[in-house]
Write a protein that binds this ligand. Sequence first.
Ligand code: ADP
Ligand code: MG
Length: 695
Amino acid sequence: MYKEDLLAEKSQFVKGVGPSRQVLLARLGIETVEGLLTHYPRDYYDRSELSGISSLEAGKNSGFTGIVLAVSNRRLGPRRSLLTVVVGDETGIINLVFFNQPYLKSQFRQGLRIIASGTIQIYRGQKQMIAPEYEIITGELGEELIHTGRIVPVYPLTAGISQRMIRRIIKAALAKSEGLIPENLPERLIRSMGLPGREEALRQIHYPDDWISLEKAVRRLKFEEVFYLHLLIGQRRRLFSGSRPRPAISRPFSLVEDFLGSLPFDLTKAQKRVLQEIEKDITGKRGLGRLLQGDVGSGKTIVGLAAMLMAVSNGYQAAMMVPTEILAQQHAFKIKEYLERSSIRIELLVGSMRPSEKKEVHQGLIDGSIDIVVGTQTLIQEGISFNKLGLAIIDEQHRFGVKQRARLGSGDTIPHFMVMTATPIPRSLAQTVYGDLDLSIIDELPFGARKVRTEIVEYSGREKVFQRMRELFDSGRQGFILYPLVEESEKSDLKAAVDQYERLQKVEFAGYPIGLLHGRMSFEEKSKAISMFREGKICGLVTTTVIEVGVDIPNAAALIVNHPERFGLAQLHQLRGRVGRGGGEGECYLMPGENAGSGSNRRLSFFAGNDDGFKVAEMDLKLRGPGEIWGLRQSGYPVFKLINPFSDKEIVDISWNESLALLDGDPGLKKKENEVVSKYFHGYCKTRMELADIG
Ligand code: ADP
Ligand code: MG
């Protein structure tokens, strides 16, 4: 239904576009009329005040309207010219000056009425504006103004599309769709929230009558953005807690008690509290669907393992999916160690294992002889079936897409489900992105406040840092030396890390055993490197972001990050979390490249001064937006154009409550009053959210 709408029509049919501009517009992500209408301004100029020419003041940005009195073009040299347009009103005269645009001359015929905005200058006693924004007025002053004489939109551009061009195109798209933009929020909501209608809002956000109308339009369009996402999440939430049965899990959990009793330490208060929350869900009617958040080193793994043992105690299988092979291996190793004396079968499943080994694991999962499996994405990629999967856990969720987590949970029964992450998610954003999950927070670290001292090292200070590292090695501690390898496919970066490793071995760390670990190594090589490091046979590990998440080597005291300017702050915080885990202060040395720039220095200084994961994430969010940090872009969630879930808390809250209420009253969106919602929802989800496989 929605497809046939005018809004879905290709943008090339809008006046002023055509096939070649359509290609340019596509670079801005604009394909359709709706794409044009939702290509929102990034800023506005207030050009609504017009003054008489005599009262225009030098140095001020102002606008006026007047009649073209004279036009002259003077050549100043080859390809250089000066076009002067003399404009007057009843109070005075001003010159508009354009350099090197002789072709404009024909536009400014004598007697035409124009409106212009710009900065007033005085030149040889006369008022002038250089290259003002202007418009030639044909009809009535007011209605048709686009570039001047009003609040004027400023759009994101791409090469080949100018500001004037896109303003005209969007104006044309608005004209074309007049009276044809369907409403998509229920009448009741529009009224109770005092929102403008959809068409009115789209008109006002581009060409606002005044600032208040603009504010209202923005509010409405923000609401719309998040409301439909909430509806989708709300539906999933219902599905999750409703129709399909969840594995029945109940006390006693003898395995959990044995396990916790065997630990050489007590759980922190926060860990205990979260375990209770998990138990309540997993044994209850609603089932477990939780996002577990806790800073690096807060001890999430043990909580996750205890939850898995609840499932295993009841004869179910449990799976943990992690983002890297190294982490999978580490978890599997540790879990085996913890459960050494039990008869529980734990296996590892990662992509680089031999086919025969993998097959054996597949078999064990199908026949139910494997109780716990730890693996990478391979767990959801290779058509693996479980005999009786009771609980699925995803560790370090920010590395995975949302679709992936949906897949781990498909089948006749929906397994209990938990996501663990160290990247703090502001509540309002969590609600927006993981609204179908409940939130648990471990807000306490086992050893009190873990501290990592972070220092930015100038080029000249490098030798001192290597010296410090050698001292640590001498005292039996260990350290990481990290090179950026943002994508594992970046061959030149990989070469850099390998080359550096060879150099470090010969020069800075000559005589010290150091190792190399990166994502391109084979499974065996990786295992060997990490276990040699764990066992203390090597004191320094030259590595890449493969260690970003989860790697837990308590004896690692220091980390050197080369080219920290290439990382996001949340990611740097994860990396920094690799040291100082065994108590005592960790040390992190950032070594920016020589041409890293001052912007990145400010960013890094902020980072060095803040060891609080939440503050770091907040700053990262400001700098990069949510799409990058929580992997939303890859995940198929829409990238919001207007709403910032972090600062627009109020709108997010209203939307959340309203969408749940709407679904409570009308789960299938079948009621007449929700017809507009249903229509847009189905069109919207299908065409834009690509989340058809969820549920
Ligand atoms: P993260 O939350 O970053 O995943 P881990 O689960 O890897 O943290 O735990 C970090 C380290 O703290 C591990 O070595 C773990 O054994 C240890 N640990 C976990 N809980 C406690 C606790 N209550 N007391 C002491 N050490 C703990
Ligand atoms: Mg972890």
